[in-house]
Design a protein around this ligand. Structure first.
Ligand SMILES: [Zn+2]
Length: 100
């Protein structure tokens, strides 16, 4: 019979705003809009801490490793609506996004 340790229960929350309030549902908010040669895009910065998956950058075709700060962008003028566009958003290296 072992004693039960006192682990757990150390939940301390601090108020924080959700990273992407209503990114998919409820329309697109936050981030910035940028105009590119082929149209307008919503652009949002992803911090290294928030980057938990690896993605393929459409700019250079190389992968964006988890933990790498990068950008996510999607069409602001999609024919299929913002919701659809947001579901097809692309992850870009910061540098690649800036190269036209
Ligand atoms: Zn790239």
């Amino acid at each position: 019979m072992g004693r039960r340790g006192g682990a757990g229960g150390s939940k301390w929350r601090r108020p924080h705003r959700p990273l992407n309030p209503g990114l998919i549902d409820g329309g697109v908010v936050g981030g910035s809009r940028q105009r590119r040669a082929d149209g307008e895009y919503h652009v949002r910065a992803i911090s290294g801490a928030a980057a938990v998956k690896s993605y393929v950058c459409p700019g250079c075709g190389l992968s964006i490793a988890p933990g790498t700060a990068h950008l996510v962008a999607w069409r602001a003028d999609s024919l299929f609506g913002d919701e659809h566009a947001a579901s097809e958003r692309r992850h870009w290296h910061r540098r690649c996004w800036q190269i036209p």
